[in-house]
Design a protein around this ligand. Structure first.
Ligand code: AHR
Length: 654
């Protein structure tokens, strides 16, 4: 018979005390060892795997401004009969130079349209309003522009028609809306033009109206909701390697991502070509999702913003291009200006730009990463110049420094030593490692210094071998991270921020796996790793306790891992237990330092008997946490811990 792991398994100690197999975990609620940082569990938003364009940025039209290297990539011109010169790509000055010129000749044309394929199709929802827009210039009145959404059988499932007024050559924006009559995961947009004369077109755009907070030109609400549900303590953005760039010309420059969307200069995404086996020639950054929007997102979900800026070094795996030290000033100025953009008064140059974008209030930026995965003496000497300039102007501002690509080895050791000596606020550690590494490193932070520089576990993920790449987020991976995080939590005095990476991946557009959250054009699902992260984030507590077994931290003995915190305001003891063994285990939780434990507690359980099992579009909640009410008797409840399981117990105390 299948066992139901629930309150039956928490009973009074007196029933079963004396069982030789029972392990005793001991905590003293009256003796917290450190505060848990409110920013402890956050998210790292990275534009990889079509995370931004084609992902959270809800624009449905791919290559809307014809700035991809191939100006008509994503578009198909359908013209009957073909007429030479009816469509040309022209170039003007400015950040968004290219546009399309269409010359219509009703005497010769039997039909003329432009078809956009979207990002692996367009996700269309029945009954939803779609907001269309385009920039245009024409001196010819009466040109009719039809927008038609098509399903995979080429049937029209929604349409709108406008007849833009003549502009005498000036550029204007035309906006209109229509409702879709059918749901389609792989829709396309056909734009048919009728009439006589010439019309120039640019920034052809289509957004669903159900964006996050209903913002026009905004983000996919279902994807943002997944983040909001985690109540992340911080959001690190926008990368990752895109911050560094293949070379310096391709680095991320925040100033080019703000202001009117049509003036944001497109850039190739490094993940377009980085992995030849997962090449994505249509992966570019339009920056419709830019730094303003990232700050807004952080504010919306109650997270501290954590931007990462280029430190004057391109990716050291790629070109390794360096800015000479005496030419670093513009990079440092970018960092100073970003602080002003986020926090400055509306009377300041950059504060005014923020206000003009609709946010006069500051974003309360407190920290910034300088460099992503940079290393070596070249990194240290550049970082030092940033640190000096930033802290001269903003003495309490926290700088997050890179420790390179690996959590150990000579590069790591060099940086770790030098950065601690310089008293940098945070060292950003990255580890993409097999599950065994995570199980084996639950004590990693036990020996770190408690004072001085703090750790930001900025990118980590457990990568199991031998499973098809897109299916790697299996239960083994998630369980190993759950086990490891007990050690992070135990060392809340050392680690103040942690984020899994990467965050999002499109099922048809990914470059890197595993990832926390997967999407297609209409759906989103969390991996078992997502639920681990969410469970930790929602149960981080305020103070950490020393939880011991035989006076030792529980970090792998008998395949058990555990940590404990209290929420001092709510007076709740929160215990996390991972059982990585294929067998049930009995644990007695001996709680000292309380008058009594409340009888009515909560249990959250994430588990599977199959370490290879995964969530998927077809089975999005195969592994999802189950919450139950449980009854606690006495101060030493006995817990039967299921095989391959991650538990969180929330027990009120007096
Ligand atoms: O998250 C994927 C990549 O891993 C990031 O871009 C980089 O920082 C790390 O190497």
């Amino acid at each position: 018979m299948k066992k139901i792991w629930s309150l039956f398994f928490i009973v009074s100690a007196t029933c079963t005390a004396g069982n030789a197999q029972t392990k005793t975990f001991r905590v003293d609620v009256s003796r917290p060892v450190a505060a848990v940082s409110p920013t402890m569990y956050g998210v790292f938003f990275e534009d990889i795997n079509f995370g931004a364009d084609g992902g959270i940025y809800a624009e449905l039209v791919k290559n809307r401004s014809f700035e991809f290297f191939k100006p008509l990539m994503g578009w198909k011109v359908e013209q009957t009969p073909f007429r030479e010169g009816a469509v040309t790509v022209l170039n003007r000055k400015g950040p968004n130079p290219r546009f399309l010129r269409v010359v219509l000749n009703p005497a010769a044309d039997r039909g003329f349209s432009l078809m956009n394929e979207g990002f692996r199709g367009m996700g269309i929802k029945q009954g939803l309003r779609y907001d269309a827009s385009f920039m245009y210039a024409t001196s010819d009145p009466g040109i009719r522009v039809h927008f038609e959404l098509l399903d995979t059988a080429n049937r029209v499932i929604g349409s709108g028609l406008v007849t833009p007024a003549a502009t005498n050559g000036a550029w204007k924006k035309q906006e209109f809306s229509f409702v879709a009559g059918q749901t389609e995961e792989k829709g396309r947009l056909r734009i048919s033009l009728e009439g006589s004369g010439t019309i120039d077109l640019d920034m052809i755009s289509l957004f669903p109206s159900d964006t996050w907070k209903g913002r026009k030109g905004g983000m996919r609400a279902d994807m943002v909701q997944m983040l909001a549900d985690m109540k992340p303590g911080f959001i690190r953005f926008p990368g990752g390697c895109i911050v560094e760039g293949f070379d310096l010309s391709q680095r991320y420059q925040w100033k080019k991502t703000i202001g009117p969307v049509e003036e944001r200069q497109l850039l190739i995404n490094r993940w377009n070509f980085e992995f030849p086996h997962r090449a994505a020639p249509d992966y570019f950054q339009t920056f419709g999702l830019g730094f303003f929007e990232y700050f807004q997102l952080a504010e919306d979900v109650g997270a501290e913003p954590l931007p990462i800026l280029n430190c004057g070094m391109a990716c050291q795996f790629n070109s390794a291009e360096l800015v000479p030290l005496d030419a670093l000033d513009p990079y440092i100025q970018d960092a100073l200006d970003l602080i002003e953009f986020a926090n400055g008064p509306v009377t300041s140059k950059w504060g005014k730009i923020r206000a003009d974008m609709g946010h006069p209030e500051p974003f309360h930026l407190k920290m910034m990463g300088v460099g992503n995965e940079n290393w070596g003496p070249q990194y240290l000497e550049r970082l030092q110049l940033f640190q000096k300039a930033i802290n001269a102007k903003y003495s309490n501002f926290k700088i997050v420094a890179s420790s390179g690509t690996d959590p150990d080895g000579p590069r790591f050791d060099l940086l770790n030593k030098a950065l601690r000596a310089s008293n940098i606020a945070f060292i950003d550690e990255h580890y993409y490692r097999p599950p065994q590494w995570f199980f084996g490193n639950a004590k990693r932070y036990d020996s770190y210094p408690r004072s001085g520089t703090k750790v930001f576990a900025g990118e980590y993920a457990s990568h199991p071998a031998g499973v098809a790449p897109e299916k790697k987020n299996n239960w083994l991976a998630a369980l190993s991270v759950a086990a490891f995080l007990t050690g992070v939590e135990r060392n809340a005095a050392v680690v103040e921020m942690a984020s899994y990476a990467p965050l999002f991946a499109h099922t048809e557009g990914w470059q890197w796996a595993p990832d926390l959250i997967w999407v297609n054009n209409l759906k989103v699902f969390g991996t078992p790793d997502y639920y681990v992260q969410k469970m930790y984030a929602l149960n981080k507590g305020t103070k950490v306790l020393a939880l011991t077994m035989n006076k030792e931290p529980v970090a792998g003995q008998d395949s058990l891992y555990a940590s404990a915190v209290i929420d001092a305001d709510a007076k709740v003891l929160v215990v996390k237990i991972v059982n990585a063994a294929p067998r049930e285990q009995q644990v007695q939780l001996a709680v000292d330092g309380v008058k009594k434990l409340g009888s009515s507690a909560k249990q959250m359980l994430l588990r599977s008997d199959d370490l290879n099992s995964i969530n998927s579009l077809a089975q999005p909640e195969k592994i999802v946490q189950k919450e139950t009410d449980i009854v606690i008797k006495g101060k030493s409840p006995l817990i039967e811990v299921a095989p391959y399981s991650f538990y969180i117990l929330r027990i009120p105390y007096l």
